[in-house]
Ligand binder design. Sequence first.
Ligand SMILES: Nc1ncnc2c1ncn2[C@@H]1O[C@H](COP(=O)(O)OP(=O)(O)OP(=O)(O)O)[C@@H](O)[C@H]1O
Ligand SMILES: [Mg+2]
Length: 264
Amino acid sequence: MSSDEAAALSDARNAHKTSVSEEVVIRFDDVTKTYNLYKNDRGRFLGIFNYKKKGIFLGSVDASSHLSFEIKKGEAVAFLGRNGAGKSTALKMITGVTHPTSGKIEVNGRVSALLELSAGFDKQLTGRENLYLRGQILGMKKSQIQAIEDEVVDFAELGLYIDQPMRTYSSGMKARLGFAFAVAIDPEILVVDEALSVGDRSFKEKCIARIREIMMDENVTVLFVTHSSTTAQEFCSRGIVLDSGVKMFDGTIEDATAYYEKNY
Ligand SMILES: Nc1ncnc2c1ncn2[C@@H]1O[C@H](COP(=O)(O)OP(=O)(O)OP(=O)(O)O)[C@@H](O)[C@H]1O
Ligand SMILES: [Mg+2]
């Protein structure tokens, strides 16, 4: 390499460095999540009191095992791994749906999750009422919810059903409302767990377009689960490969997808 080339390369590296924030928004420090398995619900209930009788307590699974990593502001990270590798578990701990058995997780920023989109609604309330309920749970003021109401309703395209009780919705309709809400609140950290598998084709395209738009904002940090290397490469710059809850690989998305395809 000539000295000119070396200088150009070093310039490029430095330019890149300044555009990637040094601010850590997510930190996993030796995180383990253990699920105990019981023969039946009675056993699961007794398990709360540390009752581990043979024949009722069947064993345990580490869905996350000694996971440590840091994610910086503005990074887009794909989580790769086979079914049951622990991807959703890791993301659920970030969104607070579940908690680590041991270790520490730090999250700095407003998290919006595109996972289990149709979960967490009150069936008896209308879509619109649920939108307010969800906003309140997130600590939003009424005026803040009002400000996004039209956007959510438009995006979800539920027509008259927006004012019908959600027990009358199909699962795709619930997912639409969940997605519309999640992307309307200007997330600082966006968690996407196979959300793209819901909805019909035209809604899916709209979702992808919206996710892409959010990801263009370099201040937004994105965590993305997918089984497709192409999708991972399109959306992410870094990849983490999990296997039985263990981090097997962490590096650039090209290296991570290559590792995943070679080994799995
Ligand atoms: N609530 C639970 N109770 C018991 N075991 C669980 C529970 N949730 C997850 N697991 C187990 O934890 C492991 C990791 O599951 P997880 O859902 O994180 O995998 P995943 O990588 O998201 O898989 P997939 O690609 O199928 O979505 C699996 O062995 C799963 O069976
Ligand atoms: Mg999963």
